[in-house]
Design a protein around this ligand. Structure first.
Ligand code: ATP
Ligand code: MG
Length: 413
């Protein structure tokens, strides 16, 4: 091994990347808070069944992307590939149905074994929100409005487009599935290998195949919108009206089906053209059967997840590093006094670092490189007189200040 590298598809996050990602999480927590969401942190691994059952064997995640392992005690475990199933498991485990609706926000790493590229990693991070226990379309409007507010506050209002679709209720989907399979079966030999397999297991997924041949066949396929029963149509109309009122622009995208088995009615994705093939920054939808399927009480749900890396790359919302006050003690006694001065300044909220080595010129050079705002120079003879030299690095202006006045002197400049 010539260089010690992180494992394929993982990376160390620091500097600008770290600041931009933190800004996404901070904005998410603040925005979701204004919608009444509370934090839920679930474990990073769960029993494999928690993901396997709701996502479906035929989904991309279960069939080829999960990090599954047996631990030393023989338990079958899986690293979190997405949040929704774990959040619903936690809802059941903790008896949260006593207090509906539940508004739950989470964030953190997720793991999928996929081909790494820009904006696609094996360990990535998501912000995630779930609203449990409201089966009306107004809940879907709330959730999309919240996503839109997050995106706008990240400065992405002009960079993303909402793709919106309905998958209808079970009855509508069953009717559509039949019509779709009847149509696609006529072209079975021309479909890609993946899609041939999906024809039996998960035919709706063929609608969003990236294969060019598949796309041509799909273009003339029957439309889900022609198979919606009245309940499903009304549901979708209500969602669209709400989005108009909130002011969220959208396009009705009939190809949008989402990868997981558990969705019904509303499905949506916010997409950008600025990240190449990794254009989906946030996606979600309604999943009314999921909690029951996991063994809990019948409870409806609607939620979404945003990819923190993709949101951070697009928005660059992080602020630069804080400009520190650098304390430069020039002798032994001054070094001790510097601790006291630094703590006083930190209590006032300043970022303070100490530079204790080398001559003054070297220290000033380092302070410039760190974009420091001020230097506080404490020499042993100044110490005796109870003063320090305060230098403003932007213009080189400097003056002697009594220790007691340093905070107010910096505040004034
Ligand atoms: P894609 O079509 O890009 O694979 P997806 O449909 O698998 O996305 P979701 O499961 O909906 O993605 O996850 C929600 C969000 O998480 C995505 O919109 C994306 O921003 C982000 N995301 C998903 N997979 C990855 C990954 N491997 N690396 C980085 N971000 C990801
Ligand atoms: Mg994917």
């Amino acid at each position: 091994m010539s260089k010690l590298q992180p494992a394929r598809g993982t990376r160390d996050i620091y500097g600008n990347d770290a600041r931009n990602m933190t800004a996404v999480v901070d904005t998410f927590r603040r925005v979701a808070g204004t919608y009444g969401f509370e934090e839920l942190a679930t474990p990073i691994f769960e029993f494999t069944e928690v993901y396997k059952r709701p996502l479906g064997e035929a989904s991309d995640i279960v069939s080829k992307e999960m990090y599954t392992f047996e631990d030393r005690g023989g338990d079958e475990l899986t690293l979190r590939p997405e949040f929704t199933a774990g959040v619903c498991r936690a809802f059941i485990s903790n008896g949260m149905q006593q207090n509906l609706p539940c508004r739950l926000m989470s964030y953190g790493p997720a793991f999928r074994y996929e081909r790494p590229q820009k904006g696609r990693y094996r360990q990535f991070h998501q912000v995630n929100a779930e609203l449990l226990g409201q089966d009306s379309p107004e809940a879907d409007i709330d959730m999309i409005a919240m996503a839109w507010r997050l995106l706008k506050e990240l400065g992405l209002g002009d960079k993303v487009v909402l793709h919106l679709n309905t998958l209808g209720d079970k009855e509508s989907r069953t009717a559509y599935r039949e019509a779709l399979v009847a149509y696609l079966s006529k072209f079975k030999d021309q479909l890609s290998e993946d899609s041939q397999r999906r024809l039996e297991s998960n035919p709706l997924r063929i609608l969003d195949s990236k294969n060019e041949g598949d796309k041509a066949i799909v273009a003339d396929a029957p439309k889900l919108s022609d198979h919606l029963n009245e309940v499903s149509q009304t549901f979708f109309e209500t969602v669209k009206k709400g989005l108009d009122v909130v002011g969220v622009p959208y396009i009705h995208d009939e190809r949008l089906v989402r990868g997981m088995d558990y969705y019904c009615h509303t499905a949506f994705e916010f997409v950008t053209t600025e990240l190449g093939a990794q254009g989906t920054v946030l996606g979600g939808g309604r999943y009314d059967g999921l909690i029951e399927q996991l063994g809990g009480p019948a409870t409806s749900g609607v939620g979404w997840a945003g990819g923190i890396e993709r949101l951070a790359m697009l928005s660059e919302a992080g602020e630069g590093p804080a400009r520190p006050v650098v304390i430069m003690p020039m002798g032994e006694a001054a070094t001790l006094k510097a601790f006291e001065v630094a703590e006083t300044l930190r209590t006032e909220g300043f970022t303070v670092t100490a530079d204790r080595s080398g001559n003054l010129k070297k220290r000033m050079n380092r302070a410039d490189k760190a974009s420091a705002a001020f230097a506080v120079i404490i020499g042993d003879n100044e110490l005796e007189r109870g003063v320090a030299t305060l230098k403003r690095l932007e213009n080189g202006e400097q003056s002697e200040i009594a220790f007691a006045d340093i905070v107010s002197a910096i505040n004034e400049k």
